[in-house]
Design a protein. Sequence first.
Length: 216
Amino acid sequence: MEELINMDKQLLLMINGSDSSFVDNLILILTNAKTWIPLYIGLAYVVCRVNRDLRSILLIIGGAALCVLLAGGVDDMIVKPLVARWRPTHDPEIGSMVDVVDGYRGGNYGFFSAHAANTFSIAIYISLLMRQRLLTLFMVAWSLTNCYTRLYLGVHYPGDICVGLIWGGLVGYSVYRFYYCRLAVPASYPLRLCYIPMAILLLTILAAVTAAFFLT
């Protein structure tokens, strides 16, 4: 176990940070949850277009909220305080070696990553709900992008990210199965509508790159 922990720390130091102020600014934008609000609105729009009755819409949106509550809420309220593993930025052993961006260090404890758990739970839930392979690819890439920002900023170890992804995947799948088996039969989502959140995702990244360029 000690060897795995040491490998985790060494891998983080290899990934963490860079000498580019442009990349620093871009990562800070991408790691901010507010950056992805347009994506959430786009997904909600598709849900509303396909599901005509209010009950189905509320159930689907409620399922997404449940994903976040179980994925990130359990982590922040239960796991992190119990495990109490230092974030790299606060770790007495390697904290001074971590490349901190703009003074951002996060809270004291980092196991496991709520960013990884939250985004992957939503990615899996939406992917199973809409069942379009291209959209699944985009959603998984979005989640992994969020995961990378946490490693770049040095606020999580790779192990934190891996466990967060596993937990988030289990939550997303479980919430979807509960919805599918207990509450309603998912509708059919045409690819032409799924292009909307995919386009929004690409435009959001382009806007983030542009903003980072002007901030540099």
